[in-house]
Design a protein around this ligand. Structure first.
Ligand code: MN
Ligand code: MN
Length: 517
């Protein structure tokens, strides 16, 4: 199918009902075309039709979930209560599906200001336990970023509002909509009295936006318990790179975060009284930070590229096939010129090469005005996004060694201290895994196209945790479009993404069950 057709059928400014009709028509057409090769054409069609007929109910449930202000970022008792309510509502919904649900207590959280707040429980749920079927485990989260209408929302962020086929509301795409798409997919099989082709497990947390506090511990503890029977893990917590074309994500970068402190004394100096006779800490620090990269973005730390996986021909082709309008991307980012000129180079430097960013300097005089101070002690902050097969502890050694070398060349009497305060591993999947093949086929059935095979330049630590602790393959199957605005004002999910996303998961269950045999 051509790109033009898909866009013409996207519910745009036309009457939303018309758009819905058109997209149902499209689904039937695609079934006729693509459904022949599908393992259960009749069943797929039946499930899709059910979803089309019941889509307003699915939207209504999303509306009820979005109405709960489950903000985990602001440490406020009222919001914690909302989080608890959110988890209880979700648990109830899963029980209605017939799942057995465990609400695992994570205890409480000690905040830097001494305050203690209870943590929302993690939902561990399971539906079906038949030995002949694969077990698919879905991870999602129901907490959200803060949102106030005064921040520039056009509608109340906690009242899901549909405009031109777009469902606006905090958490609509991150991550309540995708969690509900899973629920919808299961509920369609149940409502039709059809046998679920897979066993399903859910792990749903309420502290993701606050750093998934306690989650890794829980996953490790449940390795031989809840996770012992899991074959595949699926995360739907990212976005496509396109407005219309689905994507599969097969890699994320890690992150190692460093601080480098240069200290002469604790107090600041007057630059009239001391300027001219000091080894100034800020001058040392600026030289250190300036030694990290060159003007083309290349990292100058010796050895840093040694373990970066070589680019294969096959991989290079994947970048070429991705639907990205570089010019639109550049202008919407409000950047005059990127470091690279081609789509392939841009994507590779976002996804599969490391990058070093300087974030700030603590202790520096950074208010407007012309105060004449020599800071006595300053701390620079920078981080390196890591890619396969870089190793966090090797990177730590290389960075420390490099900064020592540069610092000793300056022959400064100041004290320098480097620490790595965060070390998160990169993650990459094998795109030939069953569940990637199953997801590709399901995408073909629902959307009539091949997915963009993409990576995510940011870090999603839970993927690596699942892969390392449980040692099962992780699939990232995003449902939202590139312009959903997660974490931003006017976050939304398209009705089409939400409903077709639910269909996609139903089709995925069938495909993964067939491949598993
Ligand atoms: Mn998320
Ligand atoms: Mn988020």
């Amino acid at each position: 199918m051509s790109r033009g057709t898909a866009e013409a059928l996207e519910p745009g400014p036309m009457d939303p009902k018309l758009g819905r009709m058109a997209s149902s028509l499209l689904a039937v057409l695609l079934l006729l075309l693509g459904g022949m090769s599908s393992p259960h054409p009749g069943l797929v069609e039946k499930v899709f039709r059910y979803m089309d007929l019941h889509q307003d109910e699915f939207v209504q449930t999303l509306k009820e979930w979005v109405a709960i202000e489950s903000d985990s970022v602001q440490p406020v008792p009222r919001l914690r209560q909302e989080l608890f309510r959110m988890m209880a509502v979700a648990a109830e919904e899963l029980r209605r599906l017939g799942a057995s649900v465990d609400l695992v207590d994570l205890g409480s959280q000690q905040l830097p200001d001494g305050q203690t707040l209870p943590m929302p429980p993690v939902i561990l749920a399971e539906l079906g336990n038949e030995p002949g079927k694969p077990t698919v485990c879905f991870y999602g989260h129901l907490d959200v970023q803060p949102a106030r209408q005064a921040d520039g929302w056009l509608t109340d962020p906690y009242t899901l509002t549909e405009v031109d086929g777009k469902l606006y509301g905090r958490g609509a795409t991150d991550n309540k909509g995708p969690v509900l798409a899973w629920v919808n997919a299961v509920s369609a099989f149940r409502a039709l009295g059809e046998d679920l082709p897979v066993n399903i497990k859910f792990i749903i947390e309420g502290m993701e936006e606050a750093g998934s506090v306690g989650l890794e511990e829980l996953v490790t503890r449940e390795k031989e318990g809840f996770f012992s029977s899991v074959d595949y893990i699926v995360i739907s917590d990212n976005l496509w790179v396109s407005r219309w074309r689905p994507a599969l994500i097969y890699g994320t970068r890690g992150n190692s975060y460093f601080t480098v402190e240069v200290k002469c004394r604790d107090q600041d100096f007057h630059s009239g009284t001391f300027g001219g006779i000091l080894h100034e800490p800020m001058a040392d620090l600026v030289a250190l930070l300036g030694s990290l990269t060159d003007s083309s973005g290349h990292i100058l730390i010796p050895g840093i590229y040694d373990h970066v996986a070589p680019v294969t021909e096959e991989e290079r082709d994947m970048y070429g096939a991705i639907d990205l309008d570089l010019e639109e991307y550049r202008s919407s980012s409000q950047v005059r010129r990127f470091l690279y000129d081609t789509k392939e180079e841009i994507l590779m430097h976002l996804w599969r090469f490391p990058s070093l960013s300087i974030h700030g300097i603590e202790g520096a005089f950074d208010e407007p005005g012309t105060k004449t101070v020599i800071p006595g002690r300053v701390t620079g902050k920078f981080s390196i996004r890591l890619v396969p097969h870089m190793d966090v502890s090797v990177v730590e050694k290389q960075v420390k060694q490099h900064l020592q070398d540069i610092f000793s060349q300056r022959n400064s009497p100041n004290q320098m201290a480097v620490s790595m305060v965060l070390g998160l591993h990169p993650w990459v999947a094998d795109v030939k895994d069953h569940q990637y093949l199953a997801a590709k086929r399901a995408i073909k059935t629902v959307f009539g196209t091949e997915p963009d095979m993409i990576r995510d330049g940011s870090t999603i630590p839970i993927a690596k945790t699942f892969q390392e602790v449980i040692q099962k393959s992780v699939l990232m199957l995003p449902l939202g479009a590139v312009d959903d605005g997660e974490h931003s004002q006017n976050e939304k999910i398209n009705r089409r993404n939400y409903i077709d996303g639910s269909k996609l998961l139903a089709a995925f269950f069938l495909e993964v069950a067939q491949l598993h045999e």
